[in-house]
Design a protein around this ligand. Sequence first.
Ligand SMILES: NC(=O)c1ccc[n+]([C@@H]2O[C@H](COP(=O)([O-])OP(=O)(O)OC[C@H]3O[C@@H](n4cnc5c(N)ncnc54)[C@H](OP(=O)(O)O)[C@@H]3O)[C@@H](O)[C@H]2O)c1
Length: 461
Amino acid sequence: MMPALIGVVCEWLLAFVCPGSDAAPAPEARIFPPPASTPLRSICSGRLQFITQRHPCINGLHTKRRRHLTAAAATPSDHNGPLSLSPSRRDHIGESLLLPSAALVAACTAAVPSAQAVGRPPPADAAGLGPERIPQGDYVTLGGLSVAPMGIGTWAWGNKFLWDYDPARDAELQAAFNYCVEHGLNWFDSADSYGTGELAGRSEILLGKFIQSYKGGPRDDIRVATKFAPYPWRVGRGSIVQACRETLERLQRPCLDVAQLHWSPPLGWQEDAYIDGLADCVDRGMARAIGVSNYGPVKLQGVVRQLKARGLTLASNQVQLSLLSRVPLESGLLDTCRENGVVLIGYSPLCLGLLSGKYDADNMPKGARGVLFRQLLPKVGPLIQTLREVANERSKTVGQVALNWCLAKGAVPLVGVKTAKQAEENLGALGWRLSEAEVRALDDVSSAVKAKTLQNIFQTA
Ligand SMILES: NC(=O)c1ccc[n+]([C@@H]2O[C@H](COP(=O)([O-])OP(=O)(O)OC[C@H]3O[C@@H](n4cnc5c(N)ncnc54)[C@H](OP(=O)(O)O)[C@@H]3O)[C@@H](O)[C@H]2O)c1
């Protein structure tokens, strides 16, 4: 009862604000003990094949990428730096799951073209709202994996309070999921706090079910990032490993693509332990990459340092970013992310649907969002108007322009969808870019808007 209640409160806060035990990793699964001696490349060469057969994370990789990976790890010029293993560890490599995670991430990264692409001409729009597929060059590298330049959020898939979730409409969610995957929108974000009470874990459960029942082709390229809430009853690094275990069960996956800490715990309580717990998940082969959420530039650098000490990197930071939430641009966070090779994921890019342009005084969403929108809408008229003008000029929709603005800022927007139609429209935000003049016009009007959406109370400096 108590966890459910706190979960509801947390979700409420998250909504309105934007919205075990201490176990070290099991020795046989420890991946990064690089004390000395032999260059990693000589171990990797020829051995990776074995590791790929044993390690679920690597098995999950697309065959083509695995081939790249093997080649990359076997290339003498690669990864001959600080990564090395003691002779005794090397002797065991054939029998254990000793996986040089940092090297693999680096190898994956090297194998996947980094594509913070800009300035591409718009592809032909056929009859629909979006392109048939995302241009290959627009994919971005997240935690060493190639993902679509826009993620799909699943907060609404199980949340009644803010999103009016109704299990009777799960088929619609599944159709939205299928549409996304079929059209190259290949990564999904969830959280263990999405869905509370009797709907606890619903978003992850649905996502797992949809992935399992997807019939449209190989599921290898579907990527899942999820978030662990730093609930006060989670104590010690082992609690994050346990949370990851439970999440993997709900998702029916052997390994997460990105394991994220949902927010920085107040007063830093257990924070180092949680970050260590995320690193343990990678070491144990339960996650490929690590991300955080709601971190500001100062705290972010602390996490980068902590992970570096374990030979790992921070893949991403997920924060609220939209034309009505410009904090990451003004706080220096975007620059800090760039300098540290951290992908900035912008959540609620449509400001919970307000910037889709479909809501007005006569058409408000039910419940808590309606209350928020009633306050915001009278003050955002000029912004919606400018969005509409740019959209008309470009034969795009208001929402597509709002999403494209996030891309223009160098962020990866993370948008929530409930239907295939919405997914189709949002897909149409990709494959083209606003001009500098259009971005400037949107910046001017959005900076002047008096009412900004509420900030997440867990967002740190
Ligand atoms: N880390 C964090 O603390 C945090 C916080 C918030 C969100 N997130 C993540 O970010 C994701 C996205 O953010 P969000 O869901 O809060 O807000 P959002 O992406 O700004 O808005 C999503 C909502 O807008 C509406 N919508 C989407 N596409 C549309 C379209 N093409 N046309 C018309 N309406 C459309 C849908 O709701 P209606 O149809 O009901 O209007 C949809 O559920 C979440 O799902 C979650 O994964 C993370």
